[in-house]
Design a protein around this ligand. Structure first.
Ligand code: JFZ
Length: 419
């Protein structure tokens, strides 16, 4: 019988303990773009005049929409404003190093040209084109790693897929049949027809034993041994750990891991959700996650026309401007040796601590407590202006210049030896 796994077991990585040989680019990347795009984007959080809140990509489940009615949405899904180069250029301008987009989410609709199921964007919509082909090319052209999110278990369109309990009786489902006839062949299409994939992102494992999951993973890895599999493939067989949604660990975590966040409060596009995180909030989150050794994958939810929401584009570009000047303190960094302080957090590089100041102490005197390295100099990351500092025991007191805090992080570099 399928023994229930603990959260950690379910999502822990590489029970083998050995890291994937191709993991370093991911660890250095620090900043990824998640894209939830599907038929739900056209519904935009509304069904039959009723608004739904929370995650827009769950509307079929929230509204218990029968497959017969939901599949009709495809007949009017026509994202003519989709432009792969625009999306990839936005990612590049934002300082994004990798992009993961939903090739198929729980709704079961393939956002690519699938020969396995005709419930796909080429066969079932007036759009008739494959946006994933164009996006794979546009990202690769800009040196951005590209990957797919594939909902391997939950599939509300399929009688034997996971978790449509309003059309089909869960207990009667033949998950093995669903994996054999849809999930596995579609994943093989995605891992064959779109060039090298940096990442294959899975979600909510289910319907398979540990042994079946091992066979499933081994089978797919043969197609692209260099691809990194996210931990939600299950059974500890992923290559890096994903925490729960919008979750950051409270202490530094060794190994490759990622925090995933919505930009507003929904993964899929919802017209009435305007609660977008500001550039300062995004930068603070990115530095906070990096200070604990992880990556931030921030999500956007394009609309039914194929446009990335205006505020997402605007705020991502602002974030990119900050990274243009401060990227040294993020890309390729490891977790900070100075634990989180009232003034902010730190990230590390050999012989350097990057101090991300979010709250400038009124008196401009910043304390780095209990730092037992020998500090040689402290300076502003931007402009390299040298700062005065003095060491009292293991405490380092730094005299900060005047600057407006509260907006995006202001970064200072503390160079040291021997720690
Ligand atoms: C990124 C998200 O992933 C899943 O939702 C989850 C999965 C795991 C947790 N979790 O572990 O806390 C929470 C929501 C999906 O159901 C959701 O639609 C979205 O794609």
């Amino acid at each position: 019988s399928l023994k229930a796994q603990t959260m950690d077991e379910m999502w822990d990585t590489r029970s083998s303990g050995k890291e994937h040989p191709n993991i370093q680019w991911f660890k250095d990347a620090k900043f990824g773009l998640f894209i939830h795009w599907g038929l739900y984007a056209k519904l935009a959080g509304e069904w039959k005049g009723k608004r739904y809140y929370g995650s827009g990509e769950w509307i079929m489940n929230q509204a218990r929409i029968p497959v017969a009615e939901y599949k009709a949405v495809a007949q009017t899904f026509n994202p003519v404003k989709f432009n792969a180069d625009e999306w990839a250029q936005l990612a590049s301008d934002a300082g994004i190093k990798y992009m993961v987009i939903t090739a198929k989410h729980h709704e079961g609709f393939a956002m690519y040209n699938s020969k396995v199921s005709d419930f796909n964007i080429v066969a079932a919509t007036p759009y008739k084109k494959d946006p994933m082909k164009a996006l794979a090319a546009a990202t690769t052209k800009r040196g951005i790693q590209f990957g797919f999110y594939y909902s391997q278990f939950q599939d509300w369109y399929e009688p034997n897929g996971g978790r449509n309990t309003w059309d089909f009786e869960e207990g009667k489902k033949d998950y093995e049949k669903y994996y054999k006839e849809k999930a596995v062949p579609q994943l093989k299409e995605l891992m064959t027809n779109y060039g090298p994939l940096g990442i294959v992102w899975f979600d909510t494992p289910g319907g398979m034993t540990k042994e079946q999951t091992q066979a499933f993973v081994d089978d797919l890895r043969k197609l692209q041994p260099k691809s990194l599999f996210s931990s939600r493939v299950g059974q500890g067989l992923g290559d890096y750990k994903d925490f729960g949604d919008s979750e950051v660990p409270s202490t530094p975590i060794k190994g490759a891991w990622e925090s995933i966040y919505t930009h507003n409060d929904s993964w899929g596009y919802i017209k009435h959700d305007m609660n977008f995180k500001t550039p300062a909030e995004i930068i603070r989150l990115l530095a906070n996650v990096a200070s604990k050794g992880g990556n931030l994958m921030l999500n956007v939810g394009p609309d039914g026309e194929g446009r990335i929401p205006e505020y997402s584009a605007k705020f991502l570009r602002e974030t990119g401007k900050w990274l243009d000047k401060n990227g040294e303190s993020i890309y390729g960094s490891t977790y900070g040796l100075v634990p989180a302080q009232p003034w902010g957090v730190s990230t590390s590089k050999p012989g350097k601590q990057y101090l991300h100041v979010v709250n400038r102490p009124e008196n401009g005197r910043l304390l780095v407590p209990g730092f037992n390295g020998t500090v040689s100099k402290v300076y502003s990351l931007i402009g390299k202006e040298a700062l005065e500092f003095k060491t009292e025991g293991n405490d380092v007191w730094i005299t900060l210049p005047e600057f407006e805090s509260g907006s995006a992080n202001t970064v200072f570099v503390m160079e040291y030896s021997g720690k």
